[in-house]
Design a protein around this ligand. Structure first.
Ligand code: XLS
Ligand code: MG
Length: 345
């Protein structure tokens, strides 16, 4: 398979049982070892992790036990020629983070969130990566008056600084999202993420991860969010998927709603040689209707659509595009792009 120099990843949560807020699971759980095989067979290169994907119930274990389990996962990946892309502390399920993790009103809960994130940094080190993704799922409000938003910004900065100072090798990619599970989330866009990173003790080690659906939920174009991160060499990873309107996060297969939008994500990534900078991560979910034995096609589709779009991007007649742009004939440019996507008749 021609991968144009790119490396690809997804997380074990992308092969899932299909429950939604209105209905139970519809597929049996898939064992981790099987998910590793599927990832390899589909042509992916790396697995993304939450801390408790590596060490389930990690709060129950000692540092030595956590290290041992993490090293076992690293070996399992290596047996298949795979690596870990990142480790993300899962700060949205614990009873201690009901009122937020880094921005909880209770300082003891804020400390739990920071301590758990340090464990995630240790796990990242043991599975062989130095990238941590912070999806700030519980940082925000259901009602504004419950939190002091300015103080919350300082609490998030304190958490980022605590991690940067705890592990001098760690790089942090802030994954932004404007809502869900919160009514309104703090750090909703890449601009907010990079502004926070710029205030940190070591801005060189703080960047971002753009998720297509999260940018769309913020009313923004994902390729523009990616371009902003790339402009300042701050795009450490992406979560490609798609989203049909402003509703719950759908994690649809890449390009399955808006192919032109997906084309521009690939055009921006490839035009900035992202294959030299980071991995192309997917964050996609199979439709609840998909039968168990067929519930990995969203991962195949997303990877293959990306590669097909890279082929189109790299075949574009750049001289012709420059000519149309110089003439400000953007309608002809639109026609040119549409024909590139539709296949000229
Ligand atoms: C949300 C996040 C989440 C991962 C990473 O989209 O990407 O899916 O668990 O924290
Ligand atoms: Mg995501």
């Amino acid at each position: 398979m021609e991968k144009f120099g790119y490396r690809f990843s997804f997380g074990p949560w992308n092969i899932h049982e299909g429950a939604d807020p209105f209905g139970p699971t519809v597929r049996p759980s898939v064992l981790f070892d099987k998910k590793v095989e599927i990832l390899k067979d589909l042509g992916y290169d790396a697995m993304q992790f939450h801390d408790d994907d590596v060490v389930p119930d990690l709060d129950k274990f000692s540092a030595a036990e956590i290290s041992q389990q993490a090293r076992a996962i690293r070996a399992k990946l290596a047996d298949h020629g795979l690596v870990a892309e990142f480790v993300a502390p899962r700060l949205w399920e614990s009873p201690k983070t009901i009122d937020g993790a880094y921005t909880a009103n209770d300082p003891k809960m804020r400390q739990y969130a920071i301590d758990r994130s340090k464990k995630a940094a240790d796990i990242a080190h043991e599975v062989g990566c130095n990238l941590m993704v912070l999806w700030l799922a519980r940082e925000g409000t259901y009602m504004r008056e419950a939190k002091d938003a300015s103080r919350a910004a300082h609490h998030m900065l304190e958490a980022v600084n605590a991690l940067l100072n705890y592990d001098k090798d760690l790089r942090i990619a802030i994954e932004t999202k404007p809502n869900e599970p919160m009514d309104m989330a703090y750090i909703p866009t890449i601009g907010h993420a990079l502004a926070l990173g710029a205030q940190s003790d070591d801005p060189q080690r703080v960047g971002c991860l753009v998720e297509s659906a999260h940018a769309i939920l913020a009313g923004l174009d994902p390729s523009d969010e990616m371009a902003f991160g790339l402009a300042f060499d701050k795009l450490y990873s992406v979560h490609l998927n798609d989203q049909n309107g402003l509703k719950f996060d759908e994690d649809k297969s890449f390009g399955s709603v808006d192919l032109r939008r997906a084309f521009n994500e690939v055009r921006v990534l490839d035009g900035n040689r992202f294959f030299e900078k980071g991995m192309v991560g997917m964050d996609v979910k199979a439709l609840r209707t998909q039968p168990a034995e067929l519930a990995t096609k969203h991962l195949r589709n997303s990877l293959q659509v990306f590669l097909r779009l890279v082929g189109i991007v790299r075949s574009l007649d750049q001289a012709k595009m420059k000519e149309l742009i110089a003439a400000r004939d953007y309608e002809e440019l639109d026609w040119f792009i549409m024909n590139s996507l539709l296949g000229s008749h």
